[in-house]
Design a protein around this ligand. Structure first.
Ligand SMILES: [Cu+2]
Length: 440
């Protein structure tokens, strides 16, 4: 039995959500096209601030890199980060990276086929924002978030957004001429996170901005196993508690992220896929060879992760000081891909920007008759001019005794890593600043 009862249990929360959604659906229908989250940035003068001070996050890390962004809070999707820029030491101005970044859905199907949830759109994810105790944002600031259309009007202001910094360990290390000359730097990250309760679960939505330009986005699930989801029968659960009576039902958490890049201020990025093929030694060579090919992705694509395959978003306009096009590489984390639904069958989706397409499944806005409700349906041959990147990372949760109590956080997510955004390691020490390219 849980020691602390969550405010609302699974079934009640979900019934309540269904009602709220029915009402919201009516409202949405009346204003077709007014999608809940307007992700595309307005064409604003470059000098103007993108948001008021209360919604600005700006952190200069001790290693010299500054990250800037705006945050807002959406009633279903939760935390939305916009106008994300990166300014490493040596860059005169902030480099635009992402126009908007947020969760695109958390899809939770149970192995026994009895339950399937879309946590953002049907189970109150956004409404479940929790107050953070002072101790759970170490060294940082907890901002107050106003939850739009709060179900509980007496609790619409939540101390729920933590921004803080954390050490990452080595950013690099390089032995110098002598043993006592070591070039090394300890990396620092900006962390931005919220906790959202859905039923008995609590999801930590964490964004980690590294001083070397990498962004990590992860969802951690903690809280409690749902007491309602037991006894699915042989082969679909795991015994929790004494003996072999109570089998917690296995299930998946399929988390989607929705990323709108705007490298150097343009949303017209190009998508490229890279594949490498290793062949046996030939032509008298002593070792196998590896050939890497680039495939421009010019039309919408549902892509599958594969050994030695990767994708990048290339800036339409920006180049680094070496004259190379700036890009960000998509680095999906470990994933247990769930083949049960058309939208969870692929690891990445590149779709042409459409304001109405907000959720990877159970898309809430009314996009008109015949417009599909999930991301796989939006891959239908359009040319990619303003690509939106959707990444699906699944976790198959087979409960274990250690999941009680509370359940330890299990994480899933991805990174996006700079590729040629700067001409050199952005944290290069001055003494090594001339070491760019083949040594003379
Ligand atoms: Cu789980």
């Amino acid at each position: 039995m849980p020691v602390i009862m969550p405010m609302i249990g699974n079934s009640r929360a979900r019934k309540r959500t269904a009602l709220a959604l029915a009402l919201a659906g009516l409202a949405a229908g009346a204003t077709t096209g007014a999608a809940p989250a307007a992700a595309q940035p307005k064409a604003a003068p470059a000098a103007a601030a993108d948001c008021s001070a209360a919604y600005r996050i700006e952190q200069k890390l001790s290693t010299g890199t500054t990250w800037r962004m705006c945050w807002r809070y959406h009633k279903e999707a939760g935390l939305v980060l916009e106008h994300i820029t990166y300014q490493p030491p040596g860059e005169a101005r902030p480099i635009k990276v992402l126009a908007s970044a947020k969760l695109g859905q958390i899809h939770v199907p149970y192995d026994d086929g009895q339950n399937e949830y879309h946590d953002l759109t049907q189970a109150g994810f956004g409404q479940g924002l929790k107050d953070l105790a002072p101790g759970e944002c170490p060294g940082g600031t907890i901002k107050t978030v106003r939850v739009p259309e709060a179900w509980d009007p007496s609790h619409q202001n939540v101390k729920g957004l933590c921004t803080t910094t954390r050490s990452r360990g080595h950013a690099y290390r390089m032995q110098g001429d002598t043993a006592n000359k070591v070039f090394q730097k300890q990396g620092k990250d900006l962390l931005v996170y919220t906790v959202n309760q859905v039923g008995w679960y609590e999801y930590i939505t964490e964004w980690r901005f590294q001083d070397d330009g990498t962004i990590n986005m992860n969802v951690g699930a903690t809280g409690s196993l749902s007491p309602m989801d037991y006894d699915a029968g042989d082969g679909r659960g795991w015994p929790i508690g004494k003996g072999a009576k109570a089998y917690a039902t296995s299930h998946s958490h399929n988390v989607f992220w929705k990323l709108n890049f705007n490298l150097d201020g343009s949303t017209k990025g190009r998508i490229e896929q890279y594949d490498s093929k290793v062949s046996a030694p030939a032509n008298g060579r002593p070792a196998p060879t590896n050939k890497t090919t680039r495939t421009p992705i010019t039309k919408e694509l549902a892509g599958d992760a594969k050994n030695m395959r990767w994708w990048r978003v290339v800036s339409a306009t920006g180049k680094n000081k070496d004259g190379h096009a700036r890009s960000y590489e998509i680095v999906p984390g470990a994933s247990a891909k769930y083949p049960g639904r058309s939208y969870t069958q692929h690891d990445v989706y590149f779709t042409e920007y459409n304001k109405c397409e907000q959720y990877a499944s159970d898309n809430l806005p009314n996009c008109g008759a015949g417009h599909g409700k999930s991301v796989d349906k939006w891959v239908n041959g359009q040319a990619l001019k303003n690509p939106v990147v959707w990444v699906n990372v699944g976790f198959h949760h087979v409960a274990r005794d250690e999941d009680q109590q509370p359940m330890p956080v299990h994480w899933q997510g991805l990174s996006v890593a700079p590729r040629d955004v700067t001409a050199m390691n952005p944290l290069t020490p001055t003494e090594l600043a001339d070491q760019n390219g083949r040594p003379e």
